[in-house]
Design a protein. Structure first.
Length: 441
């Protein structure tokens, strides 16, 4: 590293990953570019504030099912629902932190996973006797047996139980496997959502997720699925978390509220913005709007300007209420942060409208393909999946009673001829699958 610093002063360098203290001398303070002085890190100080950190991690543990990277216990973790955070001073003038790695393990869609297994193995426990595994080191096990799911790395048991309650995870078959995988991916999405919102409520200036993609068809850490072979699509099918990151979590503008109604609106962009924050409280039991709060906020750009405000949640916080937040530009009505759904209890406890009728139609016009949706009751965490090559404009969303929604389907870039698009559109119509929270309640 000393040689690199001597030869190239134009690139930032960092002692290690993570490096809780960074450099004491040898680099420019704000760029980490070498300045010609000797490289040195600060002395190791116990219980100090780390400028860079790894974690937290949401592992898949299981007391009943052994996997290659499983764990002998199945301790349930805090789902962070409702989310908890405190009012914090935010800005570069205050001690701040960069989270250079954190994440959660999860499975992939039925479309990606089922083709790798025999039908009698369609279960997150593999459909046969669990392997005989012994823990060799931390999360590493040595396993003997013929259970195909033991080769999928991390199980989902504690994820599912924490968010969706306890049920028989040994059940085998298409319906049960789809249920297990949907619950596993949504648990991953919801835990990561709360963790990212908690991080952005603090004086944090970066969050890097472990990890982007799966490099083999596994139960792992990726937000994109494995992308080669039967059932997969090039580039990797997007898991639900990827859509929520795009819609709200990794936008420049973000708004969230904690359990006691303390809210923040933060601008991590470089431009000044004048925004309108809309918070709608929805009664799931009555399936109707309870109230809407609107707040106009001006935020400067360039240094994470943040506005803290309070809303009254005394009547709204229950197992029958949710909050729906979105943020628009006061000057252009452009959506700056899409739909952000806040839960006040775990999904297993929500009182959901039953037997919703959802009309679904695939529409093609001039080479552009859309999915038209209309629901007669509120449905939560609608996830669309297809074997067609591409991604949806939005996914893992809420639709309120009577709402009509049009979702664009974006083909892969290399699908550009009329014939190829027609072929993929037919495949989209034939394989489009929809599930939501009440599908498996």
């Amino acid at each position: 590293m000393k040689t690199v610093a001597k030869e190239d002063s134009t690139r930032s360098i960092w002692p290690s990953c993570p490096s809780s203290d960074g450099w004491e001398t040898g680099v420019h303070k704000y760029t980490s570019n070498p300045n010609g002085k000797p490289l040195a890190t600060p002395p190791d100080i116990q219980n100090h504030f780390a400028v860079e950190k790894h974690g937290p991690y949401m592992h898949g543990f299981s007391r009943t099912f052994k996997s290659v990277n499983g764990h002998p216990s199945n301790t349930l973790y805090d789902t962070q629902i409702p989310i908890s955070f405190n009012r914090t001073k935010i800005g570069p003038q205050y001690p701040n932190q960069f989270t250079s790695e954190f994440g959660g393990s999860t499975m992939s869609s039925f479309e990606s996973t089922s083709v790798l297994l025999k039908e009698e193995e369609w279960s997150i426990h593999g459909g046969v006797t669990k392997d005989n595994c012994t823990q060799t080191y931390l999360n590493e096990n040595t396993c003997f047996g013929n259970n195909a799911m033991s080769e999928r790395n991390y199980p989902c048991d504690n994820h599912i139980e924490a968010f969706f309650g306890t049920y028989d995870l040994d059940e085998i078959g298409e319906f049960f496997f789809k249920k297990q995988l949907y619950h596993c991916m949504m648990a991953h999405t919801l835990w990561m959502k709360s963790e990212i919102e908690r991080q952005r409520s603090t004086n944090s200036f970066g969050s890097l997720i472990w990890q982007l993609n799966e490099n083999w068809p596994t139960g792992g850490w990726g937000i994109f699925e494995y992308s080669s072979g039967r059932g997969q699509i090039q580039g990797g099918r997007w898991k639900p978390l990827a859509y929520v990151l795009m819609r709200s979590l990794f936008r420049d503008i973000i708004v969230s509220c904690n359990a006691v109604g303390q809210c923040f609106c933060r601008n991590d962009g470089i431009q000044n913005v004048s925004v309108s924050v809309h918070i709608t409280f929805w009664d799931l039991f009555l399936d109707e709007k309870e109230k809407t709060i609107r707040r106009n906020i001006f935020l400067e750009g360039g240094f994470s300007d943040t506005d803290w405000f309070d809303v009254n949640l005394k009547k709204s916080q229950s197992d029958r209420n949710i909050a729906i937040i979105h943020v628009s530009d006061n000057n252009s009505d452009q959506i700056l942060m899409g739909q952000n759904v806040l839960l006040f209890t775990n999904p297993a406890s929500l009182i959901l409208p039953k037997n919703a009728i959802i009309e679904v139609e695939v529409i093609e016009r001039n080479g552009n393909v859309s999915i038209f949706l209309e629901t007669d009751k509120t449905v939560l965490y609608v996830v669309l999946t297809t074997r067609a090559r591409g991604r949806f404009e939005d996914n893992a969303f809420l639709m309120k009673k009577g709402e009509k929604k049009i979702i664009q389907f974006h083909f892969l870039d290399e699908i550009n001829s009329k014939e190829e698009k027609l072929k993929e559109t037919v495949l989209l119509r034939n394989t489009l699958r929809m599930e939501h929270l009440d599908t498996y309640q």
